[in-house]
Write a protein that binds this ligand. Structure first.
Ligand SMILES: [Zn+2]
Length: 130
C-alpha cells in the first residue's frame, strides 16, 4: 500500500481555518448571521475608527480568550456594549469552545500569537463588511 500525503483540513501545527471558508459557514448559521451592530456600537466604531477598535480587540482576545483557562469561559463576551463583542458572537470567536468548534483552535492551552492575529483578522473582516 502506498502512503499518500495527509489530506487533513487542519495540519497539526500552524494553519487555522481558511477565512473565506469560515465566512461561508457563518453565513449558513442562522444564529451567527443574525448579529448586527446596534446604533450605539456603530457610532462608537465610527467615532473611534477601526484601527483603535482593533487595538481594543487584541486586548480583549489576549485578556479574555488567550489564557489556557480563561475566566468564566463561555460567558466572558457580553452581548452588547462594544462593536468587538458583537463581532465575536457573529464570528464565533466569543469563547474557547466556539474557537475550537469553528476555528479549530484547541481548548486547554494558551493561544499562540499567530492565533491571536488570526482572530483579530476575522473580527476586522466582519467589522469592515458590517
Ligand atoms: Zn462562544
Amino acid at each position: 500500500m502506498i502512503r499518500v500525503a495527509s489530506t487533513a483540513v487542519r495540519p497539526d501545527h500552524g494553519a487555522m481555518r481558511d477565512i473565506d471558508d469560515l465566512f461561508a459557514a457563518l453565513a449558513r448559521s442562522e444564529f451567527r448571521s443574525r448579529f448586527r451592530l446596534g446604533p450605539k456600537e456603530a457610532a462608537y466604531l465610527q467615532e473611534k475608527t477601526l484601527p483603535v477598535i482593533l487595538d481594543h480587540c487584541r486586548r480583549f482576545i489576549v485578556e479574555r480568550l488567550a489564557p489556557a483557562e480563561p475566566r468564566s469561559d463561555g460567558k466572558q463576551t457580553p452581548m452588547r456594549g462594544h462593536p468587538v463583542f458583537i463581532a465575536q458572537h457573529a464570528t464565533a470567536t466569543c469563547c474557547r469552545k466556539c474557537l475550537q468548534k469553528w476555528h479549530f483552535i484547541p481548548r486547554g492551552r494558551p493561544m499562540s500569537q499567530e492565533e491571536v492575529r488570526y482572530v483579530t483578522d476575522v473580527i476586522e473582516r466582519w467589522l469592515a463588511v458590517g
